[in-house]
Ligand binder design. Structure first.
Ligand SMILES: Cc1cc2nc3c(=O)[nH]c(=O)nc-3n(C[C@H](O)[C@H](O)[C@H](O)COP(=O)(O)OP(=O)(O)OC[C@H]3O[C@@H](n4cnc5c(N)ncnc54)[C@H](O)[C@@H]3O)c2cc1C
Ligand code: SF4
Length: 326
């Protein structure tokens, strides 16, 4: 591993000043992704600015009734928080479906949203990878890609976003709050992850040097019957093959509110807006859930070895909605 300077920041401004204008400086939170990538030579920062001592941990309700989750709150604390479990159960379930207890005790909210793809070629220095070295090509297209994207990808990159937490964040229209030396800002999660296009190395809309300070969950989006279900290659300690976060309100047999988001299928958590529009206002039946899922997945462009994800995503959407409607 390349030698690096380490500094523990004690105030947000101190952290921002420490990385300002330095392309090779990185914020360090739980380190569960960044340090792994440093060990493999994928990341080689000259300076790490540890943000864990900043006063950014905790979950609070603001004056609008929105839930504000501090950036350095651990994944374990998010999953266990009574208001998260009561108002946004899919978020708690998603966090608990990720990694292991030890990792969740270290990993933070901001770090989870910014974790890098698990495409094997991204972490393999000799392989061509546009995300790691722009313009070098994409080894996954002709290589092992059974776990890659079926929606929203490009020929430049077919990697998926590995975060479980990001999927219910997309479901609940979370808003990412950040700070730079120029002041504070907010980005709705629907615009937080950039479309992959031909620039897969540019992953988020965060300004350079920005520190994520919190994530706000709108009170209006709370979904007490929301669910998260994750399909993976083994029953624990594995990233999603496909996952679904969904919320549904049925009145007199009709769908009055519906939200659906998918994980494991795209470079960012995928909001299934086509399926939502198909369902809203119509009968809440398993047949219609299936038809809506199929309408969403019409946009899928599978690779030679990941076509199974289209059927899996369809079945999973139908199954989760049917379960909530029961
Ligand atoms: C074996 C293993 C299995 C895993 N399984 C899963 C899984 O099933 N599901 C899942 O979702 N995740 C899984 N993970 C990933 C894990 O959840 C992430 O590594 C973790 O959430 C990252 O959080 P962190 O705080 O450790 O981030 P770090 O590694 O410290 O940082 C990650 C990135 O975020 C940046 N960053 C951190 N905080 C801030 C901030 N406040 N503002 C701006 N930038 C910031 C860092 O600079 C870095 O680029 C797994 C990890 C491992 C090692
Ligand atoms: S899919 Fe993306 S991350 Fe994987 S090798 Fe291709 S460019 Fe790199």
């Amino acid at each position: 591993m390349k030698e690096f300077a380490y500094r523990r920041a004690t105030a947000v401004r101190d952290a921002l000043v420490s990385v300002a204008g330095q392309d090779d400086a990185r914020f360090l939170a739980g380190g569960t992704n960044l340090v792994d990538l440093m060990k493999r030579g994928v990341e080689a920062p000259a300076r790490l600015v540890d943000v864990r001592a900043l006063p950014l941990a905790g979950v609070d309700e603001d004056h609008n009734g929105d839930l504000v989750i501090g950036a350095t709150t651990t994944n374990s604390d998010v999953a266990a928080h009574p208001e998260v479990r009561r108002r946004y159960p899919a978020l708690s379930q998603a966090v608990l479906a990720g990694a292991s207890g030890q990792l969740r005790n270290m990993a933070t909210v901001a770090g989870n949203l910014l974790q890098r793809t698990r495409c094997p070629y991204f972490a393999d220095l000799p392989s061509a990878c546009n995300k790691r070295v722009p313009g070098s090509g994409c080894a996954a297209l002709e290589g092992v890609h059974h776990n890659h994207a079926i929606l929203g990808a490009s020929r430049a990159c077919v990697a998926t976003n590995p975060s479980d937490m990001a999927v219910p964040m997309m479901l609940f229209d979370a808003v990412v709050r950040y700070e730079t030396l120029d002041g504070e800002g907010e980005i709705p999660i629907s615009r937080f992850y950039r479309p992959v296009s031909d620039t897969p190395h540019l992953e988020t809309a965060l300004p350079d040097g920005a520190l994520i300070t919190s994530v706000r969950l709108p009170g209006a989006a709370a979904g007490r019957q929301s669910r998260y279900r994750k399909v993976r290659e083994r029953s624990s300690y594995a990233f999603a093959t496909v996952s679904v976060a969904a919320d549904l309100v049925v009145r007199s047999g009709q769908v009055s509110e519906v939200r659906i988001a998918l994980g494991g299928v795209a470079s960012h958590p995928w909001r299934a807006r086509v399926a939502e529009a198909e369902l809203r206002g119509g009968p809440a039946t398993p047949e219609r859930f299936r038809a809506a899922a199929e309408a969403e997945l019409d946009a899928a462009v599978p690779l030679p070895h990941n076509g199974y994800k289209v059927r899996l995503a369809r079945n999973l959407i139908q199954s989760v909605l049917t379960e909530i409607a029961r």
